[in-house]
Design a protein around this ligand. Sequence first.
Ligand SMILES: Nc1nc2c(ncn2[C@@H]2O[C@H](COP(=O)(O)OP(=O)(O)OP(=O)(O)O)[C@@H](O)[C@H]2O)c(=O)[nH]1
Ligand SMILES: [Mg+2]
Length: 255
Amino acid sequence: MKTTVVIPTFNEADNLREITTTLLNLPVSDLDILVVDDESTDGTGALADELSRQVAPRLKVLHRPAKSGLGTAYIDGFTLAMENGADYLVQMDADFSHSPDYVPRFLERVDKYDLVVGSRYVPGGKLDERWSFWRYLLSWWANSVYVRLILGLKVRDATAGFKLWRRSALEKIDLARVRANGYVFQVEMAYLSEQSGLRILEYPIYFEDRRIGRSKMDMRVKWEAALRVWEIRSRYGPLRKNASIVTHQLETSEK
Ligand SMILES: Nc1nc2c(ncn2[C@@H]2O[C@H](COP(=O)(O)OP(=O)(O)OP(=O)(O)O)[C@@H](O)[C@H]2O)c(=O)[nH]1
Ligand SMILES: [Mg+2]
């Protein structure tokens, strides 16, 4: 079974070598990487090409001509990875907020599910300790209350960006109908997953702040995401059909 990790990048030159090396060294057989770079201005695209040559054929690069958003980066990346025969597709950020260590754990559990969500809002899940109480509260409220109420989602972490998809799950969702592109892309995918009746496992993760580089989160981005949730609701209506969602129960040995 082939697993492809899709990593969208925009100016991640300081993270790319380490994240890809860590992923390729994981104890997972048949794992490869697809970097989707949007003409980064810090040399990420050239570095990705260099890494691709060094570890061929385990890393491929999709170069897009301009910064076109996270959502379409994933759609293009997933589409290409499936064309290249991926059975499982991982989506994750390049900046180490999503620890590669979770990938084998997701894979161990995907046999019973269509989608594993790395979740910050189930028991055992955690946000970076450096977050202030207010930042935490806003994030929790946006995910666990606002989006759930407006869309009727059952999943706890509606904006989770670290996921393992079974290929058939993405085929069922039908990527051609996905419209959202910014932060709310994750919400639309969560919605469509539930609407498609996927079997979802929420697996608790520790979400660390990006190690290097500046955060792009600001008020404008947050407001835009908040409004676009209504757009999703008006396009599809509130959820009627619900997926089965299981929360991974932590064993005492797990942290
Ligand atoms: N290809 C592509 N990648 C993007 C784009 N926007 C963001 N990314 C990448 O998507 C991932 C998530 O973006 P981040 O900037 O880390 O978003 P965030 O985690 O919400 O914010 P910070 O980590 O606080 O900056 C990273 O790997 C980015 O490099 C884009 O328009 N195109
Ligand atoms: Mg980040």
